[in-house]
Each structure stands twice: as structure tokens, then as C-alpha cells.
Design a protein around this ligand. Structure first.
Ligand SMILES: Cc1cc2nc3c(=O)[nH]c(=O)nc-3n(C[C@H](O)[C@H](O)[C@H](O)COP(=O)(O)O)c2cc1C
Length: 410
């Protein structure tokens, strides 16, 4: 055991960028963009609260690289410098208090809620499992030219994030979005050089990384969020994940955040976790331990951490370098300060359930309920940890229209 605790600083091995402590606010899609998908004063306030809240690194909710490919209606999009001043304001708010602020950049591929975009694209035109087809439309396979175009879009967005004053970017390669679709042999059944072996399925992410690095240089942080596994039959496996992570490390990635699952298997929220996993708190702890046994790859472990003792133990055993926290930060934006002052209590954060299994099983309510809490912080209100999931659902239906949750034939 070493004596590392959450309050120790950490320096990235590739470029000497230092974080003041080991706490990371993980990405949470805020749903606070303007109708034109731009940052708003509400977003500035939310990020200022998190910056004051004490985490060493704050990662934004996913920012889309293409306005024609949105995961949700109020996603932020960064694809040109027309409104760069608004992104500068966002970066300024989120970097207060010596906080690192990384923009998570994403393309949803076919994981787009019905009615949000005209057309959904994917590596191959493979549908989701039947019970998800009510939420997500049919997709079509991307052409090679389109794949190349999306790679350049990631690089372009990363360059703009740097210009705006963010201190890094995180490529979203987890949770079933486009990069994760390319990595999965279940969702990527291409027969060209972008599909087949894990080397080929990794090519899309590898090229995105290279294209970004070419644009931003070595002294700007580039991280990735990746699944330990998709937990799907014939899907992205732990062996695939280990291969991808060691390759990314070899290529010079700065930091790897470990998560798991997709909308099809919501392991990211601890759905169907084994009792032994629940006991150890962090859902992907065993996987992180395996990675660290093999190589000293800089890691953020995210998912399930709720007690200071489990966080410190994961750091002290060397299973991870950072503790990633999402839902705790949506309810208690200053939770990091409390942890650092040894003032933090153990959290008991319940799964959000409405009683409608077709919604609850897919963890869509986790996203809805917590993003409503983010909205409260953004409006200067206090959060409501006891807010009814049922009321949250009614509010969402009222706001977004009932088609999002309606059963439809596809
Ligand atoms: C409202 C909400 C939005 C989320 N949006 C994102 C996102 O944009 N990108 C991402 O990588 N993960 C997203 N997540 C997943 C979290 O980053 C995290 O992996 C997950 O909540 C597990 O961590 P926790 O147990 O600390 O909450 C979101 C989670 C919530 C609750």
C-alpha cells in the first residue's frame, strides 16, 4: 500500500501537466445549450460551481463534433469559431480555482434519440436490441469518405476547444456512441479495413487520436473514456479493451477513464452489478486492478464511488490514479471540497426508478433525473436529492414531448 490520498497532486507523464488533487468530475450531459447548441449563462454558472467545488479536473458533458449528429436536443456543438467567445466564457468559468477543464468530444453515431436528427449513422446498419428500438431510429452504414470526415471533425473540435481555453479534451469512446460502435464486433460488421479484427476496429479511434494530436500538439492534454467491456454477447470484450488501452498508452494518450456498458447494458450506472462488485463500491475496480498490474497507465476510475474510505483505498492500492465522480457531483457540487477537508459523509445514492420497467431497465431515468438536478444548480437553486422520479418523468414528457418515451413500431 502507498500513502496516496485524494488530496495528492498528480502530474501527467507525457507533458508535466499537474492536477491539484485526485478528484475528477466525470462527464454529465447538461442539456443546457441554447436552441442553436451554444453555451449559455446557465452553463457558465454550473461550471463555476464545480470549479469552486474543488475537483482537480472537471470534464464537460459530451460536446458534439457535428450539428447534424446530436445525441439529445440540447447538446452543445463546437464545429467552427463563429461563437468562440461563448466557449471562452465557459472555459473561463470552469477554470477558476486552478481547476483543469477538459471538453469531452463525441459523435453519437446511431445512439440518437428519435426525432432529434434526420438520420442516424453507424459503422454498419445493425439495429439495437428490440426494446431499445423504441428510443433509437434505424441507422445506415457510413462510407469511407464520411468516416474520414468525422475523424477530421474530432480534430477540428479539439483544436477549437484549445483555442477557447479548455486545458484538454477527452475523446468519448465509451457507452455505445460512435467510437464505441466501431470498437464493438457486434455493432461493427464492416468488411473493409475499419472492421473485423480488433486492430481494424481500433483504427477509427487511433486515427481520431492522431488527427487530434497533430492539431493540438504535445502540451495539450488528450484523454479518452473507454469501456472495460460492453457486457454484450459478441460485443466489445475485456480483452479488446485491454488491447485498445495498451495501444493508446503506447501512442501517448495522457489519461484513460474507465467506465463500462451502453444503453443496452447500463453497467455504467451499476445495473446488474454482482453483489461482490456492489460491496467493493466501484463497478470497474477489478478491471482497473488488472490494467495496473500490467503497466503504469494513468487511470481515472469512474462509476459507483460513494464513500471516502473506498476512494482512498482504490488510490492506496494503486488500482487508479484518480477517482471519477458523476452523480454525487450532480447533487453535491462541492463534494470534492468536503472530501478534501475530511468532511464528506458516505453517500447513499439510490437508483432512479419510476416503476415503468421499459424505462427503468435502460437507465434513461438516471440521465433525466440527474440532468434536472444540474438544471437546478445552473439556475442558482439548491438540488433536491429526494425529488420524485415519477414527477421527473412527467416534467420530461411535458418538456420534450411524449414521443421520446412512446412505444413505436420501427
Ligand atoms: C445526467 C448524466 C449525464 C451523463 N452524461 C455523460 C456524458 O455526456 N458522457 C459520459 O462519458 N458519461 C456521461 N454520464 C456517465 C457518467 O460520467 C458516469 O460514467 C456514470 O454516471 C457513473 O459514475 P457515478 O456512479 O459517479 O455517477 C452521465 C451520467 C449522468 C447521470
Amino acid at each position: 500500500m502507498n500513502r496516496i490520498t485524494i488530496s495528492n497532486p498528480f502530474t501527467l507523464k507525457n507533458n508535466n501537466i499537474t492536477f491539484k488533487n485526485r478528484i475528477v468530475k466525470s462527464a454529465m450531459s447538461e442539456a443546457l445549450a441554447s436552441k442553436n447548441h451554444l453555451p449559455t449563462p446557465k452553463l457558465f454558472r454550473l461550471y463555476e460551481e464545480w470549479a469552486k467545488g474543488g475537483a482537480g479536473l472537471v470534464i464537460t458533458g459530451n460536446v458534439m463534433v457535428d450539428h447534424k449528429a446530436l445525441g439529445e436536443t440540447r447538446n452543445i456543438v463546437l464545429e467552427n469559431n463563429e461563437n468562440i467567445d461563448l466557449f471562452k466564457k465557459w472555459a473561463e468559468a470552469g477554470r477558476k480555482n486552478d481547476t483543469h477543464l477538459w471538453m469531452q468530444i463525441n459523435h453519437p453515431g446511431k445512439q440518437v434519440l428519435k426525432g432529434v436528427v434526420g438520420e442516424a449513422v453507424a459503422p454498419s446498419a445493425i439495429p439495437f436490441e428490440p426494446d431499445l428500438q423504441r428510443f433509437f431510429p434505424k441507422s445506415r452504414a457510413l462510407s469511407i469518405e464520411e468516416i474520414r470526415g468525422i475523424i477530421q471533425r474530432f480534430a477540428n473540435t479539439a483544436e477549437l476547444a484549445k483555442l477557447a481555453g479548455f486545458s484538454g479534451v477527452q475523446i468519448h469512446a465509451a457507452h455505445g456512441y460512435l467510437i464505441s460502435q466501431f470498437l464493438s464486433p457486434r455493432h461493427n460488421q464492416r468488411e473493409d479495413e475499419w472492421g473485423g479484427s480488433i486492430e481494424n476496429r481500433f483504427k477509427f479511434l487511433a486515427e481520431i487520436y492522431h488527427a487530434i494530436r497533430t492539431k493540438v500538439g504535445d502540451n495539450f492534454a488528450v484523454g479518452v473514456k473507454i469501456n472495460s467491456s460492453d457486457f454484450m454477447k459478441a460485443g466489445f470484450s475485456e480483452e479488446d479493451s485491454q488491447f485498445v488501452i495498451s495501444e493508446l498508452d503506447r501512442l501517448g494518450i495522457d489519461l484513460i477513464e474507465i467506465s463500462g456498458g451502453t444503453y443496452e447494458r447500463a453497467a455504467l450506472f451499476g445495473k446488474d452489478a454482482k453483489p461482490s462488485t456492489v460491496k467493493r463500491e466501484a463497478y470497474f475496480l477489478e478491471y482497473a486492478e488488472k490494467l495496473k498490474e500490467k503497466a503504469d497507465i494513468p487511470l481515472v476510475l469512474t462509476g459507483g464511488f460513494r464513500t471516502p474510505s473506498a476512494m482512498n483505498e482504490a488510490l492506496q492500492t494503486g488500482a487508479t490514479d484518480f477517482i471519477g465522480l458523476a452523480r454525487p457531483m450532480a447533487l453535491y457540487p462541492d463534494y470534492a471540497n468536503n472530501l478534501l477537508l475530511n468532511n464528506a459523509s458516505d453517500l447513499s445514492i439510490k437508483t432512479i426508478k419510476t416503476g415503468f420497467s421499459f424505462i427503468d431497465d435502460k437507465a434513461l431515468m438516471e440521465l433525466t433525473w440527474y440532468s434536472q438536478q444540474l438544471g437546478r444548480i445552473a439556475r442558482g437553486k439548491s438540488t433536491k436529492p429526494n425529488f420524485s422520479p415519477f414527477l421527473s418523468l412527467i416534467l420530461t414528457l411535458f418538456k420534450n414531448g411524449k414521443e421520446v418515451f412512446q412505444k413505436r413500431r420501427v
